[in-house]
Design a protein around this ligand. Sequence first.
Ligand SMILES: Nc1nc2c(c(=O)[nH]1)N[C@H]1C(S)=C(S)[C@@H](COP(=O)(O)OP(=O)(O)OC[C@H]3O[C@@H](n4cnc5c(=O)[nH]c(N)nc54)[C@H](O)[C@@H]3O)O[C@H]1N2
Ligand SMILES: Nc1nc2c(c(=O)[nH]1)N[C@H]1C(S)=C(S)[C@@H](COP(=O)(O)OP(=O)(O)OC[C@H]3O[C@@H](n4cnc5c(=O)[nH]c(N)nc54)[C@H](O)[C@@H]3O)O[C@H]1N2
Ligand SMILES: [Mo]
Length: 759
Amino acid sequence: MAGKAPKNDPVQDAPQVAGPKHAAAGLPAIGHTLRIAQQQMGVKRTALTLLRVNQKDGFDCPGCAWPEPDHRHAAEFCENGAKAVAEEATLRRVTPEFFAAHSVADLATRSGYWLGQQGRLTHPMYLPEGGDRYEPVSWDRAFDIVAEELKALASPDEALFYTSGRTSNEAAFLYQLFAREFGTNNLPDCSNMCHESSGSALSETIGIGKGSVLLEDLYKADLIVVAGQNPGTNHPRMLSALEKAKANGAKIITVNPLPEAGLERFKNPQTPQGMLKGAALTDLFLQIRIGGDQALFRLLNRLILETEGAVDEEFVREHTHGYEEFAAAARAADWDETLTATGLTRERIDEALRMVLASKRTIVCWAMGLTQHKHSVPTIREVVNFLLLRGNIGRPGAGVCPVRGHSNVQGDRTMGIFERPAPAFLDALEREFGFAPPREHGYDVVRAIKAMRDDKAKVFFAMGGNFVSASPDTEVTEAAMRRARLTVHVSTKLNRSHAVTGARALILPTLGRTERDLQGGGEQFVTVEDSMGMVHASRGRLEPASGQLLSEPAIVCRLARRVLGEDSRTPWEEFEKDYATIRDRIARVVPGFEDFNARVADPSGFALPHAPRDERRFPTATGKANFTAAPVEYPRLPEGRLLLQTLRSHDQYNTTIYGLDDRYRGIRNGRRVVLVNADDARELKLADGSYVDLVGEWKDGVERRAPGFRVVLYPTARGCAAAYYPETNVLVPLDSTADTSNTPASKSVVVRLEQSSTD
Ligand SMILES: Nc1nc2c(c(=O)[nH]1)N[C@H]1C(S)=C(S)[C@@H](COP(=O)(O)OP(=O)(O)OC[C@H]3O[C@@H](n4cnc5c(=O)[nH]c(N)nc54)[C@H](O)[C@@H]3O)O[C@H]1N2
Ligand SMILES: Nc1nc2c(c(=O)[nH]1)N[C@H]1C(S)=C(S)[C@@H](COP(=O)(O)OP(=O)(O)OC[C@H]3O[C@@H](n4cnc5c(=O)[nH]c(N)nc54)[C@H](O)[C@@H]3O)O[C@H]1N2
Ligand SMILES: [Mo]
């Protein structure tokens, strides 16, 4: 039987299972890419567009934030980058006629996949209060509507300004400036659900919330640990870097509850040898239980401390703080407890230790597998302890490498998209623009949802993204959105957030990365910052999807003029005409951007300064790199329950679904699957291929249910299950978040599996 795909959909979710693959990329990937791209763009546009991805005069790939190598390959794109591009450069269109034919209630019954497949948005659309469908609206009227609602608020803090991570530096800078001139720091962003835990842990311990390695460091490393990350799907170009690192002699340890194909063996589609044989990447696979990473690193730290000469004593003395307290905690690490927390064997951990001790230059890379747990911040701090012990920060071939998601999520933060801005940043804005920015902290994503739920926020404005699908606790989030007076989405594509609206709603269609951006001052380009702090230009070449689209900077400028009027001394009109004038201001406000316009003219871009990496200087409260000594935590499961992680398939970009296959995991034609270890399935009396409801268990006693998932026996760690996001977001309680960072704990959800009544 099929799962619970919306009835309206032509494509029904009916998963077929073939078992996991052991290698990623190679020929099938190329065929698959071209097929998806040509369906969306046709043959000619496919060739023209894909050749421009990540080239020096082209646009930045809207896929992931992995950096571009300096000597770019003729086609520095990957399968999933190409899908992201095809999704944006599609020839399909969502026109006013489409909205006339589909009421909002109708759209709300469709799957995210169906909505995305309809194509690019072409006109500003307005849903009036009491209306049942969107109507075309002029841009002027649209800005009037936003201004009306913003001005009617009792306080600027009743407005929320969300950002997703594709927004350019220029647009992000203007957007936060507008929000702050309007009077609020309510700037929640996708980072709150993503690498916030990394930012929290790193700022406290090394003084800057960003990674400390550049691409060339990977090539120089002796050991690279890849923990909680699936680069074969989510950062495919990272595999080329790992391949090169291995060719230079590096070893790779993978820490993951799942064996991920890309990390096992990589068939580089850009070299003939790679296409045939492929390179084995992982030397040691630590199949860890979900949430066991802090315990693992803590024990490794104890073992390092116990090894004569293993600690870099000079580094510890000169550059760190808190060593004694940390060492006392680490020495107390317990083998048995670690084996329970991690599910690993003693032999595997000993083998890891040997590799760690043999390495003079170690890098740890991580992504959502470490950031989305209750104890994510102490887990990442323990990774920092691990690197500090052997002096692995601030020297070539070593360091911390949180691998970011959205292509400009790191840049958006640098530009001030943050609900808790540093006072120095606000001081700089105040000096430059002559207004007093609000100093009180704003709402992050989870707090923004609560504010709408509790009627403390009434206008929700999104610069990109798909807030209702990406956020946790779908039913709670959707109910909260429906309480708003006005919801506004600046979007390229249709998504569920357009169908779950406030009393009034607007869709403001915008240019994508691939499109030409023509303004009064001529053709414009924008800039982005990758995961390694490299800033470079991005220039679209395609004709815009419709003559009605405005760029994100233009939308912010016009909205700001309409809302702030004479009160603002900011030259919004000039900014809209010529983005170089925005960059001049960024240069004066954001450290590291001096001479921005001149430096970004270099096609390779430039590196932002990073004190720990560049000078072994740690701008923390103590002036040193801080060791920390948090108690070890790991999830404990009640009898008969599984710990569910919600992750990405190979055919999706967050809430954008490209297709229904997850090729490397051997799943086709369906997304409602739950991956379960065969021994757990036997104990729980779950038959392979049977259908279950996933039922969340959380201390608030509310039953959260995701119905109709096909059980797939899969070699995941014991006690652990996996299913795709966003279908499972309904199971993630709004209150289940990481300590300190408040990131939804979407990788550790306690569930029981019940036979589906529909089975
Ligand atoms: N094609 C494509 N590219 C993308 C995206 C996309 O959706 N599609 N999304 C982008 C974004 S915004 C982001 S943030 C990144 C996400 O990139 P990833 O973090 O790679 O994405 P997830 O699918 O969430 O994968 C989490 C990985 O962590 C593992 N894991 C889960 N729990 C644990 C744990 O407790 N410990 C350890 N050690 N491992 C664990 C999972 O098995 C899985 O391999 O990718 C970016 N790039
Ligand atoms: N359960 C669970 N939940 C998660 C996660 C998880 O692993 N598990 N991961 C979390 C993570 S890491 C992230 S980053 C968030 C993602 O959260 P979001 O960033 O909010 O979600 P996306 O799906 O990336 O947003 C897709 C939409 O962005 C719009 N868009 C695309 N390109 C552009 C553009 O250039 N400009 C504008 N204005 N709009 C554009 C399109 O309309 C598209 O429908 O989800 C989080 N939620
Ligand atoms: Mo992300």
